[in-house]
Write a new protein. Structure first.
Lengths: 137, 137
DNA sequence: TTAAGTGCAAATCGTTTGCAGTTCG
DNA sequence: CGAACTGCAAACGATTTGCACTTAA
């Protein structure tokens, strides 16, 4: 098995469904579950199978075009991100809206903590959850 | 700090099963899924239903006696933690072993980021994954 | 005694897969 | 045409729940 490729597994064809999914996720501007996205597409009159939504989201994530997070109850949530590089998020737990946050601070902290305990750092997570100003009104 | 409100939902009786689960998780010294714990108990000759493992792990988590994280594929992993307060983790992705890490730095960062974007901070995650010295040899 | 706790089997629920039909290039 | 892609239905795997039975206090 050779799945070491990170950014080289993107989709290869352009289809109506994939376009719709990417557009919908982009328009969302925040994190969405596959099912939410599927519902939003349906509401817009776009006919896309739930399976296809899952498959494309996965493919896009593998290709590095979208970010994937896990809610506290294990559901996968996806977001189309602007910056290709590594970053973290500030997510509204109410509406899913989010802000990308870059932080040297966190990277340094992760590296330092790992090194200090003799770990070979591989990865780290750091997300902030809260209620955005729109939702708290 | 007042985390007494969160620790008030603990179990009320002492049972053979609960004791076994707590002991096994304590002996593990790192993160374990409910199923792994169930297997380890079985291997030790302890008779505990998988359902019971799930229920107790959940109860202990609610009571604040164990920490819960999610693996990248959505599985819940549990760990018995020494410090009752809030903290983060450095986890070996190979053996599940982990170190508790307290960090004012992260708390401050989370609060600052949230405030800066007009969010009412609710929670945050920050875990570092890597390979521990034992596993990297 | 009696409510909390347990365990099995069945039910959920998000997600994945088999497979036949469709479509991009 | 042929490999990708799609979608439905069935399969999956982790977790939860209904319910009758145990057991701690």
């Amino acid at each position: 098995m050779n799945d070491m490729d990170k950014e080289s597994k993107g989709p290869q064809r352009s289809t109506r469904q994939r376009t719709a999914i990417k557009r919908a996720l982009g328009a969302a501007g925040g994190f969405r579950t596959a099912q939410e996205l599927h519902d939003e597409l349906k509401a817009k009159g776009q006919r896309v199978g739930l399976t296809t939504v899952y498959r494309n989201l996965q493919a896009l994530a593998t290709a590095g075009e979208v970010d994937v997070l896990r809610t506290s109850d294990g559901e996968a949530i996806y977001r189309q991100c602007g910056t290709g590089g590594h970053h973290h998020h500030l997510v509204c737990t109410q509406c899913g809206n989010s802000v990308e946050v870059a932080s040297e601070e966190i990277e340094a902290w992760a590296a330092r903590v790992a090194k200090h305990h003799g770990f070979d750092p591989v990865d780290h997570t750091a997300e902030v959850f809260g209620i955005c100003s729109v939702c708290s009104d």
